[in-house]
Design a protein around this ligand. Structure first.
Ligand code: UDP
Length: 329
């Protein structure tokens, strides 16, 4: 299919762009480069440095590029910042998506794959988390994504939009060749922070909370390789291409690892020792988040290939070693 990828220069978007090209799709990227990197894009694909909130321009590009489906990653995703600046998050995430689906209506593009998050679940009552679990997000970021899922359902019912919403658990890792990877201006995620510590760019890694009701007292998360996430987007797109119905799917490895286990794995993979500090809990962190991804495995045949924790950390390490300064832009 001929697809538009909004946010295609970002961490997850850039991996999806490569997976789409490998699967034989034609890709056009739309990104305002507010957090993305031009260098994360492969050469030779059409790239629009534009903001999705400018609806008329988006409509024009959808028509001119003869787009059949959109994969939508363009969003802000820092939990802490979302609490400080909710207006910015509602404007970019909710406003941006409203603009996108409005442009899609105008250009008669019906298919959308949406980048959602496990943050929509908030503090889950049981694990593994099914798609039918209650959704009570504990932060503004998660709330914007849940509002968007409602918006998509309403557009589907009234105007025939067809969408798949993918709720990611903890995305990590990098393209196995080490050519693209994670480079956030403000890094808050555990795996890249640990590897930056292993590289000597940070003095120590802090463990946020050691008194959770888990085996070793630290939070448990479900880490999923960014390439396995990318593959799921290809399957979701092809599902829509076959005329498949609207769906919401979790994307996780279905295995939980504690913060201490991730640190130990990183020490083993990097063969480097580094300082670890115990710090207070971070506000809004649930103790355990582990997905059930049975639905997408059964319905779309998704099969994670690289989501063993050691493989995730090895791939991320290759990227961080190759590009210690990230994209350097
Ligand atoms: N975490 C930590 N130290 C850090 C960054 C994160 O202990 O410097 C913990 C965090 O409290 C959470 C887990 O690592 O339990 C994963 O956090 P991350 O921000 O990577 O993803 P989130 O689960 O918030 O989406």
């Amino acid at each position: 299919m001929r697809v538009l990828v909004t946010g295609g220069a970002g961490y997850i978007g850039s991996h999806v762009v490569r997976a789409l090209l490998q699967a034989g799709h034609e890709v056009v990227v739309y990104d305002n480069l507010s957090t993305g990197h031009r260098q994360a894009l492969p050469g030779g694909i059409p790239f629009y440095e534009e903001d999705i909130r400018v609806t008329e321009r988006l409509t024009e590009v959808l028509l001119a590029e003869r787009i059949e489906a959109v994969l939508h990653f363009a969003a802000l995703s820092l939990v802490g910042e979302s609490m400080q600046e909710p207006q910015k998050y509602y404007d970019n995430n909710v406003g941006g998506t409203l603009s996108l689906v409005t442009a899609m209506r105008q250009a008669h593009v019906e298919n959308l794959v949406f980048s959602s998050t496990a943050a929509v679940y908030g503090e889950p009552e049981k694990w593994p988390i099914l798609e039918t679990a209650p959704t009570f997000p504990t932060n503004v970021y998660g709330r914007t994504k849940l509002v968007i899922e409602g918006l998509l359902a309403d557009f589907a019912a009234a105007y025939g939009l067809r969408y798949v919403s993918l709720r990611y658990f903890n995305a990590a890792g990098a393209w196995p060749e080490g050519t693209i990877g994670e480079d956030h201006g403000t890094e808050t995620h555990l795996v890249p922070l640990i590897l930056k510590t292993a590289l000597g760019q940070r003095k120590a890694i802090s463990i946020f909370g050691t008194d959770y009701a888990t085996a070793d007292g630290t939070c448990i998360r479900d880490y999923i390789h960014v390439c396995d996430l990318a593959q799921a987007h290809v399957l979701a797109l092809e599902h829509l291409g076959r005329g498949g119905e609207c769906r919401i799917y979790n994307l996780g490895s279905e295995q939980g690892f504690s913060v201490r286990q991730v640190i130990e794995t990183a020490k083993k993979v990097t063969q480097r020792d580094f300082a670890v500090e115990e710090a207070p809990r971070r506000a809004g962190d649930p103790a355990v988040l582990v997905a059930s991804s049975a639905k997408i495995r059964q319905e779309l045949g998704w099969q994670p290939q690289r989501s063993e924790l050691e493989t995730i950390v090895e791939d991320a390490w290759r990227w961080h070693k190759a590009q210690p300064g990230g994209y350097g832009d």
